[in-house]
Design a binder for this molecule. Structure first.
Ligand code: FAD
Length: 169
C-alpha cells in the first residue's frame, strides 16, 4: 500500500502471466502494486493452458517412448495408462507451481486483491471481494491484463477517454 489507504502506484487487473510479470517488474522499479485476480494467480497458462497441457504431453510422450522401446533393443510390455494417476501428476505439477508463484507474489509484497475487478474511472479499479467492495486508486497507472480487454472496457467503462490500449493480434 502506498500511504496506508487503498492507493497504489500501479493497479493491475488480472493475475495471469501478463499481470504478474508486470507486477514483478514494477516492484523491481520501486513501485507499490496491487494486483486484482478473480480466480487463481497464474491465470490460463498455469491452471488450464501451457502447464497442464505440457504435463499431459509428457505422459503421452512416455507412452510413445515405451511403445517404441523395441527399436532400441529394450524389451518392454505394452504400457497401461492409469488416467486417474496421469491427472494426479498434472495436478501435482500445477499445484507445485501455483504454490511457488503465490510465494513469489507474497515475497515481492504485491498486494493480491481477490475478487472481480472493474474500471470505475480512469484511476480506480473497484473490486467485488468476499467482504464487499474495495476501491483501489492508481496514482500512476492501471494495467488491464485480463486477456479479454475489450469486454472490460465495453462492460465497465463505455465512455472512457484517455486510455492507451495495446492488444496482441
Ligand atoms: C490449452 C492452452 C495451451 C497453451 N499453451 C501455451 C504454451 O505452450 N506457450 C505459450 O506461450 N502460451 C500458451 N498458451 C497461451 C497462454 O496461456 C496465454 O498466452 C497466457 O495465459 C496469456 O496471459 P494473460 O495474463 O494475458 O491472460 P490470462 O492468463 O488469461 O490471465 C488473465 C487473468 O485475469 C483474470 N481476470 C479476468 N478478468 C478479471 C476481472 N474482471 N477481475 C479480476 N480478474 C480478472 C483471470 O481470472 C485470469 O487469471 C496456451 C493456452 C491454452 C488455452
Amino acid at each position: 500500500m502506498a500511504d496506508g489507504s487503498d492507493s497504489f502506484d500501479l493497479v493491475i487487473l488480472g493475475g495471469g502471466n501478463g499481470g504478474y510479470s508486470a507486477a514483478f517488474r514494477a516492484v523491481k522499479l520501486g513501485l507499490s502494486v496491487a494486483m486484482v485476480e478473480r480466480d487463481k494467480v497464474g491465470g490460463t497458462c498455469l491452471h488450464r493452458g501451457c502447464i497442464p497441457t505440457k504435463a499431459l504431453l509428457h505422459a503421452a510422450d512416455l507412452v510413445d517412448e515405451i511403445k517404441s522401446a523395441g527399436e532400441f533393443g529394450i524389451i518392454a510390455q505394452e504400457p497401461q495408462v492409469d488416467w486417474g494417476k496421469v491427472l494426479d501428476f498434472k495436478e501435482s505439477v500445477v499445484g507445485r507451481m501455483y504454490k511457488g508463484l503465490s510465494g513469489l507474489v507474497k515475497r515481492a509484497k504485491v498486494e493480491l486483491v481477490e475478487g472481480e475487478g472493474r474500471l470505475t474511472d480512469a484511476r480506480t479499479v473497484t473490486v467485488a471481494t468476499s467482504d464487499g467492495e474495495r476501491a483501489l486508486t492508481a496514482t500512476k497507472a492501471i494495467v488491464v491484463a485480463t486477456a479479454r480487454i475489450r469486454a472490460i472496457f465495453r462492460s465497465s467503462l463505455p465512455t472512457a477517454t484517455g486510455f492507451t490500449t495495446r492488444t496482441t493480434p
